[in-house]
Design a protein around this ligand. Structure first.
Ligand code: ADP
Ligand code: MG
Length: 371
């Protein structure tokens, strides 16, 4: 493990009793100190379970968890949650309704009194409250605060004991869109300012891409891809990641020499998702924003609809086989519904995905008795 890793998971597998498949399957990842990992994936893919394993609320059947180079789970070791030096923030804030802001924040400190020697609980909670911009509201009760303010209190409560790692489980999902957009960048700045490492779970791809240093995409318990936001967006490893993270269209394609043929034309392709250079059929990915539309009476794609989105147009297209495609263009491209168009795409942005890609390599066999 690298010197600066705050978290290292090795082959983590967790299957709940009576479940047909593991909620978390063979997950290995390393988070560097000070980094923010965005954990992204559809509902039920295992994000919360993985966070709870890191926090110590769930025990994996296989694999090891190391926090700050200390083994805390697996290989015969078990460190309980209160000794793991992690903080948690939940989607529903989970504040104590009968405690005011200052008391809610101080609660986290009372639990970890050992770490606050030399500084009073009052000072430490005032500092955390200032960090999240709530100074002056210390005497308010949760019901006297907006959703965004309540979530700031939850963040302050988690930050006050200065944990090595903060785990945020969809912290912004209950907030309306304006608050969510503002708060996500504030959360990132606060974490960076305090040098706190974090895992931020979300099912919103834009949220994950815009605030994370690393993004992990989960699918059915597996960590399908881990990389920088740019990596994940420009080089998705699988069709699943491409569909989840980018807005993309897929067309069946066959290799024709150095080109790939689809029902809407021949394309030069920048990348394959496999090392298998003999691959001769697959799914060709066209991202919505990478396609230019060129009116052409001889073309076989028809513009069915056009939506004005303010900054851009979204065009709805139909191929000869009846497949629907979506494309976004600048307002300079004004094409009438009913027009036939050719699709023009830079080869560097086109990828082919092998159609039969498995979910992930291998799921290890579980011990016969599930803990
Ligand atoms: P996510 O947070 O990505 O929505 P979860 O980690 O909550 O996903 O759930 C992953 C899978 O594990 C789901 O199929 C869910 O139903 C199941 N699961 C989660 N917690 C439990 C539990 N305590 N007992 C049984 N099954 C669970
Ligand atoms: Mg969840």
């Amino acid at each position: 493990m690298a010197q600066s890793a705050i978290l290292h998971l090795e082959g983590i597998t967790k299957q709940f009793e009576q479940a047909a498949s593991p909620a978390v399957a063979n997950v290995t990842l390393t988070l560097q100190r000070g980094d923010l990992l965005g954990l992204l994936g559809p509902s039920g893919c295992g994000k919360t379970t993985l966070l709870r394993i890191v926090a110590g609320f769930e025990q994996p059947q296989l694999g090891t968890v190391e926090l700050a180079e200390r083994l805390v789970a697996g290989a015969g070791c078990w460190v309980p949650p209160e000794q793991r030096d992690t903080g948690m923030v939940f989607q529903d804030y989970a504040l104590f309704p009968h405690l005011n802001v200052a008391q809610n924040v101080a609660f986290g400190l009372k639990k970890s009194r050992g770490k606050t020697t030399g500084v009073s609980i009052k000072e430490r909670s005032a500092e955390a409250i200032a960090l999240v911009g709530l100074t002056g509201l210390e005497k308010r009760y949760p019901h006297e605060l907006s959703g965004g303010q309540q979530q700031r209190v939850a963040l302050a409560r988690a930050l006050a004991p200065r944990p090595a790692l903060i785990l945020l489980d969809e912290p912004l999902s209950n907030l309306d869109v304006q608050v969510r957009l503002r708060l996500r960048h504030e959360v990132r700045s606060i974490l960076k300012e305090t040098g706190t490492s974090a895992i931020f779970v979300t099912h919103d791809q834009e949220e994950a891409l815009s605030i994370s240093d690393q993004v992990g995409v989960m699918r059915q318990g597996h960590l399908e891809q881990l990389g920088t936001p740019e990596d994940i967006y420009t080089h998705p490893k699988s069709r699943f990641v491409a569909e989840f993270v980018t807005q993309a269209n897929f067309l069946p394609a066959q290799r024709r020499g150095h080109l790939w043929e689809t029902e809407v034309g021949l394309f030069e392709v920048g990348r394959l998702d496999t090392q298998d250079t003999s691959l001769d059929a697959g799914e060709l990915m066209l991202r919505e924003e990478d396609v230019s539309l060129v009116p052409d009476d001889d073309a076989n794609v028809t513009v069915c609809d056009r939506h004005f989105l303010g900054r851009e147009y979204r065009y709805f297209l139909e191929t000869p086989s009846g497949k629907k495609l979506q494309v976004r263009t600048t307002l300079n491209t004004q094409i009438l519904v009913g027009t036939r168009v050719k699709l023009s795409v830079a080869s560097s942005s086109i990828q082919i995905f092998s159609t039969t890609a498995p979910i992930s390599e291998n799921t290890p066999a579980l011990p016969s008795k599930i803990a």
